[in-house]
Design a protein around this ligand. Structure first.
Ligand code: GDP
Length: 370
């Protein structure tokens, strides 16, 4: 008889018979693992999360966190996933859909107040839902909130609509405003603060906050997950306001010829490579420095001025600041070139442009929101 083996990710007893049950591992992998007693043993679910994260470069390596996610999949609950609409790529939880199992997910795009009034909310919601689908997530509902403004009534109504007597788990990466949202929910549900109970996730060292609901069930806040590929991790705390705007962002329009570059401080760069002279609208925090220059001089200009004229990053943070990575696009339709967590530039159809961000931070294209 062989000794029972346990997944070092979630602690489940490894088994080769039921792919849907905890601790599943294909028989071949199990055999290999048994032959190598020093090998690290993960169930398929935890292995995939780790593997997927390697590709994504997201560090969710904390075993506690894997256990937590696994617990979510094993419970009968409604999941509320909070993301930052200003930084979808930096706030999505890779592989979440594999962990939630059959549990329904409500996707909440927070910080709606940061967007200019001219943004079509319905289009934004559709885009968010589409972006979630691309990650394999199939939310039963997608909605926008502003935790800061305390607008959580729609969210609470949606939760009640889908809860069907179950517990509610709120999950999200740090900086999405999850704590702010939870505080608003507490205020709305109870009008007082001292209803919060904290307990531990079974088998982990992670604390959770439980807010009792009327029917004896709970709304449970899970610890924020750190997503390393957020712009916020690359800049000084004192400059965080630039990547977490608190006021609606105001657009700045540049009339550009091909061969011109715009720097968004030292954090990002936009090149207009080919096309016709046209207007490009920049949406970023109103305090963020924008600097226009010639493309042919842009590399040298950046090398010389990053950390001084082009700030942030601050001089003290330069050593740890990643080099900018470049992405080229020629959108077929009017599109937003998105610098995850920083803002976006509206690119007219048919123009060839390049966007740069610190290596690891996403630069993506989406249909224009405005
Ligand atoms: P957590 O790490 O996900 O728990 O996020 P916090 O609740 O600590 O919020 C992170 C930052 O985002 C803080 O600076 C908040 O003030 C800010 N924030 C949270 N919710 C909102 C919101 O709805 N709008 C705006 N503009 N900022 C928000």
């Amino acid at each position: 008889e062989t000794e029972a083996l346990y997944c070092i990710g979630c602690g489940a007893k490894l088994q080769t018979t039921d792919p849907k049950a905890p601790g599943y591992l294909p028989a071949g992998t199990m055999a290999k693992a048994q032959a190598d007693p020093d090998g690290e043993l993960y169930c398929q679910r935890c292995f995939r999360l780790r593997h997927y994260n390697d590709i994504q470069g997201v560090s969710l390596t904390d075993d506690d966190f894997l256990r937590l996610l696994t617990a979510l999949g094993q419970s009968d609950a409604l999941i509320v996933n909070v993301v930052d609409i200003f930084d979808f790529d930096g706030s999505v939880i890779p592989g979440l859909h594999r962990f939630v199992g059959d549990n329904p997910v409500i996707l909440v795009g927070n910080k709606a107040d940061v967007l200019p009034k001219s943004v079509n909310q319905r289009r934004l919601t559709q885009w968010l839902s589409h972006a979630a689908h691309e990650q394999g997530l199939r939310p039963v509902a997608t909605l926008l909130t502003s935790a800061k403004k305390g607008h959580v009534e729609d969210l609470l109504a949606t939760i009640e609509e889908y809860r069907e007597g179950r517990d509610v788990y709120v999950v999200g990466v740090t900086n999405t405003g999850k704590s702010t949202l939870i505080n608003q929910i507490i205020r709305h549900l109870t009008g007082e603060q001292d209803v919060i109970t904290t307990s531990r996730f079974p088998g982990t060292t992670l604390d959770r906050i439980e807010i009792p609901l009327a029917d004896g069930k709970s709304l449970i806040d899970t610890p924020g997950i750190i997503h390393h590929h957020q712009m916020a991790h690359y800049i000084n705390k004192a400059d965080l306001n630039l990547v977490a705007p608190t006021k609606p962002i105001r657009p700045t329009v540049y009339q550009l010829n091909p061969g011109q570059t715009i720097f968004l401080a030292g954090l990002a760069r936009f090149d207009f490579l080919a096309g016709q002279r046209s207007g490009f609208t920049v949406y970023a925090d109103n305090q963020l420095l924008l600097h226009r220059t010639k493309l042919e001089n842009a590399d040298a200009f950046y090398a010389k001025h990053v950390g001084d004229l082009l700030q942030p990053p601050r001089p003290a943070d330069l050593a740890d600041f990643p080099p900018l990575a470049r992405f080229e696009f020629t959108p077929k339709q009017k599109s937003d070139l998105v610098f995850a967590g920083l803002g976006w530039i509206v690119v007219p159809a048919g123009q060839t442009v390049a966007g740069y961000a610190p290596t690891g931070v996403a630069v993506t294209l989406r249909p224009a929101l405005i």
